[in-house]
Write a new protein. Structure first.
Lengths: 150, 195
């Protein structure tokens, strides 16, 4: 308990920014040693020792550092903001590429032609068909020329 | 009188502004505290300017790094001084040179005997007394000197105790001893010089 009182009194004596209330002044008046301490504190802490100037280059360096951190934070924030959109776009693109790459090229309509082993038969048939077509064309044109009626 | 004076932004508002991307907020915060911090570091140093500058810069670098974790409940000035003090102690531990005369393991030194009743310093003008005080402060034991320097920057005793990591009573006692020592030293001046 005693140390609490001491602490309170000492704080009162040493904290000189605020004027003492009547009750506080009365409390301190019982302790001449503390009053002297308060006077010293007021005298010595009030003496404005000329503060050294901070070199301008040093201040400029600190400010530049703070500025670069601000820019970094701004970029990082923008990155975080747009990250979901960019990620979704990348995912979509990747998915599309993957999906289309897996698709097989379209097969010809008549797959049997590719599996045909004997091409000569097909050629022969094709020749026969075109021969028959051209001979019929001749026959038709002959009959037109001769004036026959069908 | 100008009625249009805007209320001054608190340190925390400036910090929030800076973290939101406004570097002008940091400039204002820096402007508010840089001279006090520099004065504190110069007060603890024994005159090595480059070491002081280096510590000053390192302190602000650490502040910039740690601002996102700054707690609104805290008091920025005390936080700033605490960072500075920790860096100073780290440096002392690392190189063990006494560039700064803050000795870590030393307890409060016994107070200097004062010649009773003699107060020649009261006759000095502000500037002379300032110079003398400057020298007298450097003669104080390190912990007392630090308490005095912090107190002069209006850091509360509670915060000083937090910065020095000691009980409140210890911080108060250190200030008490610092004042007594200063009174003694200033009481012993002879023709404007410390004996």
């Amino acid at each position: 308990m005693k140390s609490n009182i001491d602490e309170k009194l000492l704080t009162l004596a040493l904290t000189t920014e605020q004027p003492l209330s009547e009750a506080e002044a009365e409390l301190l008046s019982g302790y001449p040693e503390l009053e002297k301490l308060r006077r010293d504190a007021a005298d010595f802490t009030a003496v404005r020792i000329e503060r050294p100037e901070v070199p301008a280059a040093l201040s400029a360096q600190v400010r530049a550092l703070a500025g670069s951190q601000t820019r970094f934070r701004r970029r990082f924030r923008a990155m975080v903001k747009y990250f979901p959109v960019a990620a979704a776009a990348m995912l979509l693109l990747g998915f599309g590429v993957f999906f289309f790459a897996r698709q097989e090229p379209p097969r010809p309509a008549d797959g049997n032609l590719l599996s045909l082993a004997d091409w000569s038969k097909l050629e022969q048939e094709s020749y026969n068909l075109s021969f028959e077509l051209s001979s019929r064309q001749f026959a038709v044109s002959d009959s037109i020329n001769s004036g026959d009626t069908l | 009188m100008n009625d249009n004076i805007l209320p001054e932004e608190s340190d925390y508002e400036l910090i929030k502004g800076y973290l939101a991307g406004d570097s002008a907020s940091f400039d204002r915060l820096y402007e508010r505290h840089h001279r006090q911090l520099y004065g504190y570091l110069c007060g603890l140093s024994t005159g090595n300017q480059s070491e002081t500058d280096d510590l000053f810069q390192l302190t602000w670098l650490r502040v910039i790094e740690q601002l996102p974790r700054y707690n609104e409940q805290g008091y920025f000035k005390a936080w700033l001084f605490k960072i500075s003090r920790n860096l100073l102690i780290d440096r002392l531990r690392r190189n063990r040179r006494r560039m700064f005369s803050l000795e870590l393991d030393r307890e409060d030194a016994p107070e200097i005997e004062a010649p009773p009743g003699r107060e020649p310093w009261r006759e000095l003008d502000e500037r002379e007394l300032g110079d003398l005080m400057d020298r007298a402060i450097k003669l104080l034991p390190p912990d007392q000197r630090e308490v005095f320097l912090l107190r002069r920057e209006n850091v509360t005793f509670k915060e000083i105790a937090e910065i020095q990591q000691c009980p409140l009573n210890t911080a108060l006692a250190r200030m008490q001893y610092a004042l007594k020592n200063l009174r003694s030293q200033l009481g012993s001046i002879d023709h404007g010089k410390l004996r």
